[in-house]
Ligand binder design. Structure first.
Ligand code: PHE
Length: 360
């Protein structure tokens, strides 16, 4: 065996024998470092005759290459073994209290959605959802808003292009959560008691309107349901949500194509130190739209309106959050400004419960 060959096998077995990353690094320095054996050997090329260099050059470079390949392979193997060892030995105690410096907080909109789910779960409602990209039939037609209806123009709808058309109608971004009424009535048997919180879209933007906003829909379909049930449900919900017993509601006749009769619900407020505080009835604030589900809507979903009746309501979640937690500009909700989020955000582990106070 030539010198180079024996040197190669010598180094390869030393590298293979390195028991840990520290030992391997020591071998690397001994072979390839500035004063390393292989480096020294490379330096001898300079003093050789061209013929010698032609013969020895490839062999010495070959040695260096084999040694550095072997070091890289050994390093990868040792690192993988180290990772396996750590995975096998390190444990995470999930029962330890979290560090108080934990980052992140729950956005007020998410917090309010959680509070709504909690309050309505107590009243026997479950949470339903629907897609934000909706079809024309569910957003409008089935809700008794036919093509020629002026209510369509009031919705400032974002439409998709012709290529997205289904049944010849363009798809759209839902303008309200009411299409979830249709989705629920066409997919499950009554009795139905649901709320449907989610994102909605209209082409509108100022201090109190953003093109994307949040609504919560409520829907009850059962036998013998009347306006009294609607009023009691809204009163119970708003008292729990605002955590005050002196919440007063005012029902005003209104119009929505999908409810008959339709009622706009105002909530009373009192003035305290120049600020409006919910409760009492010095003045009124418009809060939500509601009414008895129109028999045509029930029929469009394949149910018999002579058997099934119900009520529905739709309420802006962002507005609910502003009223309860005292923000005055809706646009700040969606600016993703960390200072705002830190100020108004909620601790991620403070899950709202009715017993603890939903807004605690
Ligand atoms: N969908 C209506 C809106 O967005 C609100 C509403 C829902 C009214 C359900 C009545 C019943 O304005």
């Amino acid at each position: 065996m030539s010198d180079i060959e024996s040197m190669t096998s010598d180094w390869l077995s030393r590298i293979e024998g390195a028991a840990d990353l520290g030992a391997l690094e020591a071998e690397r320095v001994a072979a390839l470092g500035k004063q390393g054996a292989v480096t020294q050997l490379l330096k001898t090329l300079g003093g050789m005759t061209p013929e010698q260099r032609q013969a020895e050059g490839p062999r010495i470079h070959g040695l260096r290459e084999k040694v550095s390949d072997a070091i890289a392979a050994r390093k990868a193997a040792l690192e993988a073994a180290e990772l396996d060892r750590r995975l096998a030995t390190e444990t995470l105690d999930m029962t330890l209290p979290i560090s108080t410096g934990a980052q992140g907080s729950v956005h007020p909109v998410s917090q309010v959605m959680d509070e709504l789910a909690e309050i309505f779960a107590d009243l026997g409602f479950s949470v339903a959802t629907g897609p934000e990209i909706e079809d024309d039939w569910r957003n409008f037609t089935a809700l008794n808003i036919p093509e020629s209806h002026p209510a369509r123009a009031m919705h400032d709808t974002f439409y998709f292009g012709e290529d997205k058309a289904k049944d010849g109608k363009r798809m759209l971004l839902r303008t309200h959560t009411s299409p979830v009424q249709i989705r629920t009535m066409t997919s499950q048997e009554p009795p139905i008691y649901i709320i449907a919180p989610g994102r909605t879209y209209r082409s509108d933007s100022d201090a109190t309107h953003t093109p994307m906003f949040h609504q919560v829909e409520g829907l009850v379909i059962d036998k013998g349901i009347h306006l009294g049930h609607l009023k009691w449900t809204l009163e119970t919900f708003l008292k729990a949500y605002f955590e005050r017993d002196d919440i007063v509601l005012r029902l005003r006749p209104s119009y929505f194509p999908f409810t008959e009769p339709s009622v706009e619900v105002d909530v009373g407020f009192t003035m305290q130190n120049g600020r409006r505080v919910l409760g009492g009835s010095d003045g009124w604030m418009e809060l939500l739209g509601s009414g008895m589900v129109h028999p045509r809507v029930i029929a469009a979903c394949g149910l018999d309106p002579n058997v099934w009746q119900g009520f529905a309501f739709g309420c802006g979640i962002d507005r609910l959050a502003m009223l309860k937690y005292g923000m005055d500009d809706l646009r700040a909700f969606f600016d993703a400004d960390l200072r705002w989020l830190r100020h108004y955000g909620f601790r991620s582990l403070d899950v709202p419960t009715l017993s603890g106070g939903v807004g605690a």
